[in-house]
Each structure stands twice: as C-alpha cells, then as structure tokens.
Design a protein around this ligand. Structure first.
Ligand SMILES: *Cc1c(COP(=O)(O)O)cnc(C)c1O
Length: 470
C-alpha cells in the first residue's frame, strides 16, 4: 500500500524561492502610467518596501529566503503532500492523484507564505503599520498573523459581502491583533464616494484595494500596503509549495503529468506550477507536464476576459497592468469562492496562457461543490470553495483517465481549508446554491467604457502586448 502522507523535515524548507521571470518565453510587458500612457509604475514605490520592489522586477532565477522568514515558516512548513487514495478508489480511476495541502498554516491557506516575508521586509525598513484588502478573509487573516509576528499594526479592508457572510474571519483577524473594516467604508475617499452613490454597496476586491492603497498613501510615512496575490513577488514567495512538492514526489518516485490549481489572482497556482515549469524549460523534467488552472464561471477572467491593459482597482489608483481582465468596474455575483472574484490576474499567468504554456478551465459553483462533497467524504478534509475548483478539474481528469485507461499522475494544490465556509456548504446541502455564469456582454460593456476613458489604449496594447483588442 502506498503512503497516504508524504512528509518532509523542517530542514527541507526551501532556502530560495524560484523566480520564473528569466525563464518566460518573452519579457513581461511594463506597467503603464494611466496619466501619461507611457511605461511607469505610478504610486507603486510609495506603498511597498524597497526589497519587495526589487523582487517585483528581479531577473534573478533564485532569491534567498531570509533566515527570519524560514524560522516563521517552521510553524507550519513543510506542508504535507497527500496521495488521494480514498478519492482514487471512489472514482475507480487508474490515475494517481496527489495534493499539496496548504491548509495547515496559521490562517488556513497558502497566504502566510507571502504575508510573512512581506511583513518582515516592511519591519526591516521601518514600516509600523500595514494596510490591505481581503475578499474571503484568507489574505486578511494571513497578514494579520504575519504583522503580529513582527510587531506591526495591520488594517484590513474586507469586502462587505464576505464581511457579512463570514464573521469568523473578522474575529480571527482581531485575535491576531489586526483591525478589520467592512468595505466600502467611510474611512477613505474611495469608500465614501461609492457609499454616497449606493449606501448598500456590497463591495468588491477592486473597491477594497482602492481603500487600502489610499490608506497607505494618505499615511505614507509609517504605513505601507501589502498585496495578497497578482504581483510577481507574491507568486515568487508561493513557490515554496512547488519546490517542496517536487521533493515529496521524488520520495515516491513520481512526477506529475498534469498540475491543477485554482486562480483568483494566480498566486497559489504559480506557487505549485513554477517549479515544474522550470523543469520543462531547463529540460530537467522526466516527461512533459500539462498546466491547467481553474476559475469560476462567475468570474471567468481568463476564459472570457480580454488580455489587455487595465487598472488593478476600481478607483483607478493603480497603474495599468497587462493582464486578462473583466474590467476594473467588475462587480461579482455573490458566489462563495470569494477568493476567485477578482477581475484581473497575475500578468505572468496571462503571458503563459497567451503563449500556450498553460490552459484554463471554468466551473460553476454547483459542480464545484459536488466535487468538494466527494472529496470530503473520501479524503476527510473540508476544502475551501476556491481550491474545490481545482478538485473538480482533477476529478474530471481522473475520470478521463478511467475512460482511456491511462495511469496519469495528477497533482493539485489544495490551497486552503473551508472551516469558515460552512454557511456556503449549508446553502449547497439545502439546494439553494446557484450556478452563476458571467455574461459575455458585460465584459464588452466594461471594455467599451475602458477604451472611452483611454482612447490611446489600443495603441498601447498593440505596442507592448502585441494584442489588438478593440
Ligand atoms: C486567496 C485565495 C485564493 C485565490 O488567490 P490566488 O492568488 O489565486 O491563490 C484561492 N484559494 C484560497 C484558499 C485563498 O485564500
């Protein structure tokens, strides 16, 4: 009988993160300053520490993990790799299914992998407070924990819909010593403006980002902003997942044919994928590996969105980012995978998709919870709704294997547990869950507005990402 758990020692925690940037098929397009239409990073240098900015633009393939960060990682890393024997048996598949479980961290997800180094570098450079946004509450809890470890204060703007749906996340942030405010709030100009137009606004990640960034700008001296996904440095920090998983698979003499994960902003998926992609480009891999990211049909930024420049936030404070987008004014349906409701995606994921180095699949929340239910009852872990999209992808692949008789090795990242998502499960089990599908016309509407706002946008798209979108 194969082992169910494949475990590493604390001394196996990676000493370096892997940076994919030098191994991309072509250089990443620059950020564009919306005021000038020229390459520029706008407010970015005012809200991040220098070390983080250095990592954001780094061309180095390997970046050292500070000892102080590894020391905190030891609280929960290395995380276990599981062989999904129960699930395999239920599916009667010849495929082997493995999952890297990041739910054992203090916040219950992969997010502390980046929250800890971000808090550390800020502390080193004299920041005393961090501001951030959170959707489902995972990132807010992670940053609250990490800020506490390094004696920093933390203010978290939490999307109103999730704030009401998941009160325990707020309490968790409070327990770690952070302040959690429902967004839109009247603490910021961005929030007040939205509330004036619509007092019942349920918020979005885009709005919460506007509020958190404004907070950091207004209190520039002592406050910095920390981001939970999308940016290169965040994805970089997450590569501890894939680096460990590779070692763990080596221990059982296996290697993935396909790697699944879910994409909100793309950090947990980058974390598992990049180290295996490295094997592909350096020809170190024993076989060809397929990379498949999964998203929600309610927020289909890659499968239905447009690859072009757009703002990262609703109030248009951030520079224009080259990514797949549904439009910065995107207001998501209230699906339960709060972490997948962001309108954009990591520019690296966008580039890799565009260059056909990876693919994406979208699932609705009903089929996703069906998959989660089977996983719970065969593996004994209650997954968060977000990685349940990856579970759905992995199950479909395993069922394809059953048809063809192929004994593929499937790896996915189970990036968080769903202990704070039981209200969502309750809705599912009582038959009230809706399978939302974001309408294509809505994407077109948002793009219309964006191009009216910046008539030069198409030229910039053509020049920097070789895409004519409009
Ligand atoms: C934040 C989060 C996500 C989405 O973010 P990525 O950057 O795409 O990983 C997905 N699942 C969980 C559990 C999260 O906390």
């Amino acid at each position: 009988m194969p082992d169910r758990k494949i475990l590493l020692e604390e001394s196996d925690i990676p000493k370096q993160w892997y940076n994919i940037v030098p191994d991309l098929p072509h250089p990443l397009p620059p950020f564009i300053d919306a005021a000038t239409g020229q390459p520029g990073v706008g407010i970015v240098p005012r809200i991040f520490p220098k070390e983080i900015i250095g990592q954001e633009i780094s061309q180095e393939r390997w970046i050292n993990i500070p000892d102080e960060v590894r020391e905190v990682y030891r609280i929960w890393r290395p995380t276990p790799l599981f062989r999904a024997l129960g699930l395999e048996k239920a599916l009667k598949t010849p495929a082997k299914i493995y999952y890297k479980y990041e739910g054992t961290s203090p916040a219950g997800s992969h997010k502390p992998n980046t929250a800890v180094p971000q808090a550390f570098y800020n502390m080193k450079e004299g920041t005393t407070r961090l501001s951030t946004e959170t959707g489902a509450g995972q990132w807010g809890s992670a940053l609250a924990f990490a800020a506490g470890v390094f004696d920093l204060k933390a203010t978290v703007y939490m999307v109103r819909a999730s704030f009401d749906q998941k009160p325990y996340r707020k309490m968790m942030m409070n327990a770690f010593g952070a302040e959690c405010i429902a967004s839109p709030s009247n603490k910021t100009e961005a929030g007040r403006k939205i509330l004036a137009e619509d007092p019942d606004n349920k918020g979005s990640l885009g709005i919460a980002i506007s509020e958190a960034v404004e907070d950091a700008l207004v209190n520039e001296k002592e406050t910095n902003y920390a981001i939970g996904s999308v940016f290169n440095h965040v994805c970089l920090h997450q590569t501890v997942e894939g680096l460990e998983a590779k070692k763990q698979l080596e221990m059982v003499d296996d290697y993935p044919d396909v790697v699944y994960g879910c994409i909100g902003g793309g950090s947990s998926y980058s974390g598992i994928m990049w180290p295996f992609y490295y094997d592909q480009v350096t020809k170190k891999a024993p076989k060809e590996t397929k990379f498949v990211a999964t998203e929600a049909t309610a927020c289909p930024k890659v499968t239905k969105g447009v690859y072009q420049y757009d703002h990262g936030d609703t109030a248009k404070i951030t520079p224009l980012v080259p990514m797949h987008t549904l439009g910065h004014d995107f207001i998501p349906a209230p699906i339960h995978a709060g972490g997948l409701r962001y309108h954009g995606i990591s520019p690296i994921i966008s580039l890799l998709t565009q260059e056909k180095k990876m693919t994406t699949e979208a699932f609705n929340q009903l089929e996703v919870f069906d998959a989660a239910k089977l996983f719970i009852q065969t593996e004994g872990i209650i997954p968060a709704p977000e990685p349940s999209h990856a579970i759905k992808g992995a199950i479909d692949e395993a069922l394809r294997c059953k048809k063809t008789g192929e004994a593929k090795t499937i790896l996915f990242v189970l990036c968080g547990h769903g202990f704070f998502d039981m209200a969502a499960y309750d809705e599912y089990f009582s038959g009230k869950l809706q399978p939302y599908e974001y309408p294509t016309e809505k994407v077109a509407e948002s793009m219309d507005k964006l191009h009216k706002l910046y008539p030069w946008l198409n030229e910039v798209n053509k020049k920097y990402i070789s895409c004519e979108t409009y």
